[in-house]
Structures are given as structure tokens and as C-alpha cells.
Write a protein that binds this ligand. Structure first.
Ligand code: NAD
Length: 492
């Protein structure tokens, strides 16, 4: 089966998805462009407070009439498992929609992102009857237990870089735990989430439990965070916006937030890493996949000095093997940047890095290809000191800095970043060194001999420091959507 497709043939959802169906509401029009060729994908409206009010009303009514949180957990699981199946059955449509409107490549969306989204829903469905509390130690004739309860209505705000998967990380555990969800799409890639909400309705999820609304962050996103009926907010996006969400949440009442934020992740390559060509492929994929638009992108390459020259040469070789092109062409291996604005931002940061003393090993400019998409050349930068913008800030593009270190101790010290602590990887065949690095690096996720999330849904994701707090996926990922109630019974 050929995976390539014509993006103009894909059915584009219209409206917000509130109360189990598509809803048109007036609001500032947002034109969504396809990153691959800058052609219009569709128009969505900034929902603002009216959309949030409508979604809150739908969620309240759904929780009451469906008794979602009170159902036998297996009943919730059955519905969510059906939802997962419907996602899987529609993987071609979802995969094409995702590829047309985002930076994700069709070579991965149909068999990857769509199927993984279904997998996430299925994984959390299976948690419905496995969320357990504890009985605590007490004196006789008393019983004390702690149970987990849903919040009620939870808010979720997501970015554009893996639209469906990131959304599923939030709505699937939230629903499995018994909540209703109001989720805002990214204004840059909203359409696949609307389609997912429609599939949820078709799978029999009670109307109003999953509401997907469109709009800008400072209007619709802020209205979700501020709404008093929204009892917690799960956010994924930049560190700057995460800080704004915390401020908004504090200003509008006390409510918990979880923040999955940006990163500047180191990849430590030791001299004993093994076959250098294999390691160079792995390390370059970690900053070039999705054109570096990955929160965990391995954007700081640290290499032991006695292999540095040879290793850099191999990585440069890998950057030349890409095939940039439209996301809907299955032969494309290198993704576009989501928007012209983001492309200009990346290029501006590279210029600034050079102005502050950095130098270019390879790349360093937008990639000119015929179809007017937003592409940036894979770029390696050298001589980037700790006070250089190229070290301090996240490029969120296919750009990595390179630095050599003398020994493991120095490598671990260089891996530390003053702001971020999302993830890191160490490449070595020496288990002792690997474990020392895993212990020594201050990051929420560390990989040995790979870089990037494990395919297992059990792997809990989340950062340290400016990369956020709270977890997605794994057991912790569903527990975030519950609150704990302690009950004390005196039966003397
Ligand atoms: P962003 O912060 O610009 O936007 C994220 C979302 O927040 C969007 O939906 C946006 O509309 C909304 N938003 C913006 N301002 C807001 C406000 N004041 N109030 C409420 N909502 C607001 O991020 P982005 O450019 O969409 O995504 C890229 C960033 O996301 C990168 O920094 C990346 O590292 C991070 N990210 C982190 C993870 C993770 O798991 N840690 C995963 C993916 C992306």
C-alpha cells in the first residue's frame, strides 16, 4: 500500500467539538496553513470565553447524566477500549489529517502516531479498575483509608508538535480516572484533535465528556485556566507559557497544574560508545527527527575528546542524508517547520548564536526547496559558550551544539543546564559509566544507548527544573488526574 496522498482530498473538520458534536461559534478566524507548502488547511475560530462556558456546561451535564465517575470502572474501560478500536479503524484518515496539517510525516502517522494514539487510550482504559487507594496503619477499632477520586472537570492545553499523541496522553488518563475534559488545540495544528473527538462520540463516549475547543492561548487557553469549574489544568508547551499558566491559575483561585515544558537535552557520547556510525545515526536522529520539534530533542551533543573529530564528521555525514519534502510524500524523511514565524525564530537564534561567538560546522540557514514550505537545514554549531543564546535557549528546530569533554566527570558537569532538565542520554558500552551518568545528570528522563521516549506506555515522562513538574504516561500519568481523600472511621 502506498502511503503518499493528495492533501486536498482529506476531509477537514470544521468548528469546535463540544457536547458530542461540531459546533460553530463566532470568533476571530484563525487560518491554519499546511507547513509543507504554506497552503490553507482550514479555518478555525478563536472560541474564547463563550466556547469555554459552553464546554463547561456540556461537561457538567455529561458528568451528571452519564454518572461517568460512578460507573463500574469496567464500564468506563469498555467504552474507552471501543474508542481505541475506532481510532485504530480510522488510522488512515487520522494519519492523513495529521500529516496534512502538521510537521508529522505520513511515513509515520498512519502506522505510527494514529496507532500509538489508540494504544495510549487502550493503556489507560485498562487502568480504570486498577486505580487503588491504601489502608493506613491505625490503632484497633479504627479504619483509615485513602482513596483516589477524579477532579470533575479538567482542562488541558496542548502544543502542535505531536498533536494526537500529546492530546491522548492527557484526555485518555483524565477520562479513565472519571473526569470530563476541556482541551484546547494548538492554533497551528488543531484538526486531528477535532476528528478524535468525533470518533469518541461515534464510539459511544457520553456526549460532553471530551470537549475540544480551538483558539489562541491568551484568549481561549487563559479562559480555560481561569474558569472556576475547571478544577485542574494539564499543560504541555513552552517553559514561558508554563509560567504564564501558573500565574493565571494562582490569580484565579487555587488549582493544581501539571507542566510538561521545554528542554535542552544533552547527549553524552563516550569513547567506548561502540560502532561510531551506528551511534552517529542515533545521535543525529535525536536532533533531526520531526525537524527537531521535539521537547526531548538531543540538542546538545557532548562527545569525549579523543573521538570528537571522527564522530562530528560522521554526524555531519548523516545530516546530508535527509530528504526534505511534503509531509504527504512517503519518501520524505525530513520534516518542515510548523510555521514561517517559527522558521524565522530558529534562523534568528542561529544568527544570534554566531554573533555571540558560535561557529557553524554545517547548515545554518533555511533550506530552499521548491514548494515554499518552511524547511531549515540540519545545523551543527560549535564554540557555543554557556552565556551564548544558543546554549541558554531552546531552538525547537533541527539545530544542535557540539562540545568535547575530557572524561565522564566533565561530561556529566557539562550536561547540566541552568534552566532545563527534561531529558538526557548517555551512549556507552560500559554499564558502570552509564549508571554513573544516569545518577549524575539532573533530568526527569535519562536514556542509555538510545535517545527518545521508550515505545512502552509505561515510561513516565516529565521534567526537572524549568522543564516542568507533574508526569504524563505510566501510572503517575493517571494519578495526576485524581485527588486523594483520607477517610477515618472510628468503630470502637
Ligand atoms: P506554546 O507554549 O507556545 O503553546 C502551547 C499551547 O499553549 C498552545 O495551545 C497555545 O495556544 C497555548 N498558550 C499560549 N499562551 C497561553 C496562555 N497565556 N494561556 C494559556 N494557554 C496558552 O508551545 P508550542 O510552540 O505550541 O510548543 C512548543 C513547546 O512545547 C516547546 O517549548 C516544547 O519543548 C514544548 N513541549 C514539551 C513537551 C513535554 O512533554 N515536555 C512536549 C511537547 C512540546
Amino acid at each position: 500500500m502506498t502511503l503518499s496522498f493528495d492533501p486536498s482530498t482529506v476531509n477537514i473538520p470544521k468548528g469546535h467539538h463540544i457536547g458530542g458534536g461540531y459546533v460553530d461559534l463566532p470568533g476571530v478566524e484563525i487560518e491554519v496553513l499546511r507547513p509543507s507548502d504554506q497552503q490553507p488547511m482550514g479555518i478555525v475560530n478563536d472560541g474564547g470565553e463563550p466556547a469555554v462556558e459552553m464546554a463547561v456546561a456540556a461537561a457538567r451535564s455529561a458528568l451528571k447524566t452519564s454518572r461517568w465517575s460512578k460507573l463500574a470502572p469496567r464500564e468506563r474501560a469498555k467504552i474507552l477500549i471501543r474508542f481505541a478500536q475506532v481510532i485504530e479503524d480510522n488510522n488512515v484518515y487520522l494519519g492523513q489529517l495529521e500529516a496534512a496539517g502538521s510537521s508529522r510525516l505520513v511515513s509515520g502517522t498512519i502506522t505510527g502516531d494514529a496507532i500509538r494514539t489508540a494504544g495510549v487510550v487502550r493503556y489507560f482504559a485498562e487502568y480504570c479498575d486498577k486505580l487503588e487507594g491504601i489502608v493506613t496503619a491505625t490503632e484497633s477499632d479504627t479504619l483509615s483509608y485513602v482513596k483516589r477520586e477524579p477532579y470533575g472537570i479538567v482542562g488541558a492545553i496542548v502544543p502542535w508538535n505531536f498533536p494526537m499523541i500529546t492530546a491522548a496522553w492527557k484526555f485518555a488518563p483524565a477520562l479513565a480516572a472519571g473526569n470530563a475534559v476541556i482541551m484546547k488545540t494548538s492554533e497551528l495544528a488543531p484538526h486531528s484533535l477535532l476528528a478524535l473527538a468525533q470518533l469518541a462520540a461515534e464510539a459511544g463516549l457520553p456526549a460532553g465528556l471530551l470537549n475540544i475547543i480551538n483558539g489562541y492561548g491568551h484568549t481561549t487557553g487563559a479562559a480555560i485556566v481561569r474558569h472556576p469549574a475547571v478544577m485542574m489544568v494539564s499543560f504541555t508547551g513552552s517553559t514561558q507559557t508554563g509560567a504564564a499558566i501558573m500565574t493565571l491559575a494562582a490569580q484565579s483561585g487555587i488549582k493544581p497544574v501539571t507542566l510538561e515544558l521545554g528542554g535542552k537535552s544533552p547527549q553524552l557520547v563516550l569513547a567506548d560508545a561502540g560502532d561510531l556510525d551506528v551511534v552517529a545515526s542515533r545521535v543525529s536522529a535525536a536532533f533531526m527527527a520531526n525537524a527537531g520539534q521535539v521537547c526531548t530533542a538531543g540538542s546538545r551533543i557532548l562527545v569525549e575528546e579523543n573521538i570528537a573529530a571522527e564522530f562530528i564528521e560522521r554526524v555531519v555525514g548523516k545530516t546530508r542524508q535527509i530528504k526534505a519534502g511534503p509531509t504527504w510524500d512517503e519518501a520524505t524523511t525530513f520534516a518542515p517547520i510548523i510555521s514561517r514565524r517559527q522558521l524565522d525564530r530558529i534562523d534568528g537564534m542561529v544568527r544570534q548564536t554566531i554573533a555571540e561567538g558560535g561557529s557553524v560546522i554545517t547548515g545554518g540557514a533555511p533550506l530552499e526547496i521548491r514548494n515554499e514550505g518552511n524547511f531549515y537545514t540540519p545545523t551543527l554549531l560549535d564554540n557555543v559558550s554557556d552565556d551564548n543564546v544558543g546554549f541558554r535557549e531552546e531552538f525547537f528546530g533541527p539545530v544542535a551544539t557540539i562540545r568535547a569533554f575530557a572524561d565522564l566527570e566533565e561530561g556529566i558537569a557539562l550536561a547540566a543546564h541552568p534552566i532545563y532538565g527534561l531529558s538526557a542520554s548517555v551512549h556507552t558500552t560500559d554499564i558502570k559509566k552509564a549508571l554513573k551518568a544516569a545518577d549524575g545528570i539532573e533530568a526527569g528522563m535519562v536514556w542509555v544507548n538510545q535517545h527518545g521516549r521508550s515505545p512502552e506506555f509505561t515510561y513516565t515522562a516529565g521534567g526537572y527544573k524549568g522543564s516542568g513538574f507533574g508526569k504524563d504516561m505510566g501510572r503517575a500519568g493517571i494519578e495526576e488526574f485524581t485527588r486523594q481523600k483520607a477517610v477515618w472511621v472510628n468503630y470502637a
